[in-house]
Design a protein around this ligand. Structure first.
Ligand SMILES: [Zn+2]
Length: 298
């Protein structure tokens, strides 16, 4: 019964957000995290706002249908223009509003592979879903390969690429003076993450990305995950440890010659059952790790 209910709920979520209905009810919640940084929550990935006296940096923008609500929430924070809009990666729940925010005042910034994926047709095997190429107005106007800095009077915003993690075009955004780190979808706080294998994501890469973030963060850093509540370094440490534990279990099972089904029956998430209650269920997460490792060994 439980499974059936979850399935119905998943379908409902898909029909609400997948087909563009239901956004009317979404309200944008604004939380002040530090002196100049705000979190905006609506539907889709967590949006970060850096509001300085010399301009605004926006990180991700959820779905196109929410652009007007996001703009009005931002205008309540600051009367400055959005100078830069950073896409942490190409997924539609983070870049859906790109065309609405892409004005003469705003420059869209992302990793090179975000432009590559937004400008060409994509196919996501895990969902059997095609995503057609977007018109040019959606594309990042400045792209980078390894690292990039955006300079403001009181902040040097650091954009850091982590390779083959959630996708092949993930960016972290770090504000050293505010001590805030936005990790995009490399971090699902207290949830198993979605890893987009079709777009260059990998389990080992996402663990490596978590380790990179742990080197950037200190005990006082405020960490914004792509999805889930705002976190501390110790939350991120737990997330990294859970991912390593899950990877070890799959590798162990493979070494012992167990099948994927054997592993699912044996149980996999002891103590972390609630982590499989979000978008990515435990079974789906095991499938992802298994598929990823199988592919590496081919
Ligand atoms: Zn994503």
């Amino acid at each position: 019964m439980q499974r059936k209910l979850m399935f119905v709920m998943a379908l409902l979520m898909l029909s609400i957000y997948g087909f563009g209905q239901g956004f009317d009810e979404v309200e944008i919640k604004t939380s002040k995290l530090t002196e100049h940084i705000y979190l905006l929550e609506g539907a889709g990935g967590n949006v970060g706002i850096y509001a300085a006296k010399d301009g605004i940096v926006m990180i991700d923008n959820q779905f196109a249908q929410l652009s007007d609500k996001l703009k009005s929430a931002i205008s309540n924070i600051s009367d400055q223009q959005i100078k830069y809009l950073i896409n942490t990666h190409w997924h539609g729940d983070h870049t859906g509003g790109n065309e609405n925010f892409n004005t003469e005042h705003t420059t869209i910034v992302a990793h090179e592979n975000v432009k590559k994926r937004l400008s060409t047709d994509q196919f996501t095997k895990a969902f059997n879903r095609s995503t057609p190429a977007k018109p040019m107005i959606y594309w990042p106007e400045i792209t980078y390969d390894k690292n990039l800095k955006l300079h403001f009077e009181n902040e040097d915003v650091r954009i850091i690429h982590v390779d083959h993690a959630h996708t092949d075009g993930d960016s972290f955004v770090f504000f050293p003076s505010e001590n805030v780190l936005h990790m995009g979808d490399c971090f699902f706080n207290q949830r198993f993450p979605y890893i987009d294998l079709s777009a260059g994501g990998s389990i080992k890469g996402i663990i490596k990305a978590a380790n990179t973030a742990l080197m950037i963060a200190d005990d006082d850093t405020t960490i914004i995950p792509g999805h889930g509540v705002v976190a501390s370094k110790s939350d991120l440490m737990e997330y990294r440890d859970v991912l390593v534990m899950m990877l070890n279990q799959v590798e162990d099972a493979m070494r012992k010659g167990m099948s994927l089904n054997d592993l699912k029956v044996a149980g996999f998430d002891k103590g972390y059952e609630s982590w499989g209650s979000g978008f990515i269920k435990t079974d789906a997460f095991i499938n992802t790790i298994w598929t990823d490792l199988d592919r590496v060994e081919e």
